[in-house]
Design a protein around this ligand. Sequence first.
Ligand SMILES: Nc1ncnc2c1ncn2[C@@H]1O[C@H](COP(=O)(O)OP(=O)(O)OP(=O)(O)O)[C@@H](O)[C@H]1O
Ligand SMILES: O=C(O)c1ccc[n+]([C@@H]2O[C@H](COP(=O)([O-])O)[C@@H](O)[C@H]2O)c1
Length: 231
Amino acid sequence: MPDEGRNRIGILGGTFNPVHLGHLRMAEEALEILSLQRCVFIPAWVPPHKPNQKIVAFEHRWRMLERAVAPQPHFRLSDVERRLQGKSYTLITLKTLREEMGPSTALVLLVGADAFFEIHTWWQYREIFRIASVAVFDRPLPQPADPLAYLRRHLSDDYRREEKTSRYVSDRFLPVRFLETTRLDISSSRIRKKVAEGKSVRFLVPDAVLDYIKQKRLYVPESMNREHEGG
Ligand SMILES: Nc1ncnc2c1ncn2[C@@H]1O[C@H](COP(=O)(O)OP(=O)(O)OP(=O)(O)O)[C@@H](O)[C@H]1O
Ligand SMILES: O=C(O)c1ccc[n+]([C@@H]2O[C@H](COP(=O)([O-])O)[C@@H](O)[C@H]2O)c1
């Protein structure tokens, strides 16, 4: 179904371990550039591709997101992946949201370039491109990637660049857009590392998230937490 006249909702899934200003800026720019009604943040219950990573409890990631998202009128938080349990496959999430939101809503999946160029490894990834259009956000990548070659190789060789809109379109799948957005070289992994080393992460996460990290002593090595408890 074409997007015209439908509510357009941005879907930003992630581990959010923790949520940071890169995520929030991504949602803010998506609202503006893509004329979205709102942007929904979806913390993964079990991120499918991070099996060996130490991830803080869903409850902590949720509470940090609440603090980051709640003050923003066009941002929402969804517990759909908590309700679904098991591994958080994006296709299942999108299908569930489509049922919940109904056909008058057009879903726009928001992903960073690092995640996008791995999307061919996601579960039944082709189906994702039938349910949601995709918007890709600039992020420094280890190697330059060619969007058209990638789409043709992994999805359909009829993908082409529409000059007027600069979207990549196909007769079989929904459009994909690469956005020129503010590049913020902020990542959750770098934030966790800094906290573990006792360094400041102020101005990388919202103050309310920083307070939560400090209060719960998240990302601090176990040994230091033991020292803390011991006085
Ligand atoms: N600074 C950023 N700029 C653009 N996109 C981002 C940025 N940080 C995260 N994203 C995107 O947001 C989504 C969720 O990211 P995620 O929660 O895994 O954060 P992360 O910073 O990439 O985490 P980690 O460093 O632990 O891998 C992904 O699509 C990711 O590409
Ligand atoms: O569906 C999949 O197979 C799949 C594989 C890897 C990542 N994802 C989703 O991509 C989003 C970003 O994932 P991550 O691991 O970079 O935080 C998050 O919503 C994940 O659930 C989804």
